[in-house]
Write a protein that binds this ligand. Structure first.
Ligand SMILES: [Zn+2]
Length: 138
């Protein structure tokens, strides 16, 4: 379990907190949410649970197969990691769209997936299916 603010989930810089009490970077917390799904829990000012969301989101097996057919490798420009070793990624953050679809999905390797969810990088997707990562902060 990871606790983080909504602002941090959407790209902010506050760390996530594991249920062991260990702090993790906001990028790592976002990557975990993207790979393993999330169930939103709303906390009050004294950390009391006010609401628990109902649905985690994942790409279905059929969507993952569809992505592998569309993309033979990681979609980041120049990357040759085979599709079989890649993660399905939501181009529109699930926290914003609340939807999972083949059209909004892409494949990225583990190292590039970590960069996509790192606040120092900006990600763009071109219509041809290529993902572009640009370091925009230190
Ligand atoms: Zn890659």
């Amino acid at each position: 379990m990871v606790t983080m603010t909504l602002a941090s989930l959407l790209g902010g810089l506050a760390p996530g907190v594991l249920d062991t009490g260990t702090l993790i970077s906001p990028g790592e917390a976002r990557r975990l949410a993207a790979e393993h799904g999330l169930i939103p829990v709303v906390l009050g000012t004294k950390s009391e649970v006010l609401d628990v969301g109902s649905k985690a989101r994942f790409h279905t097996q059929a969507m993952r197969i569809g992505l592998r057919v569309q993309h033979r490798t990681c979609t980041v420009q120049g990357c040759t990691v085979p599709a079989a070793w890649c993660h399905a990624h939501h181009k529109t953050p699930w926290a914003l769209s609340r939807r999972t679809s083949l059209a909004d999905g892409t494949l990225v390797c583990g190292p590039h997936h970590r960069k996509i969810h790192h606040p120092a990088y900006t990600t763009t997707y071109d219509p041809g299916g290529t993902t572009h990562l640009t370091r925009t902060r230190r």
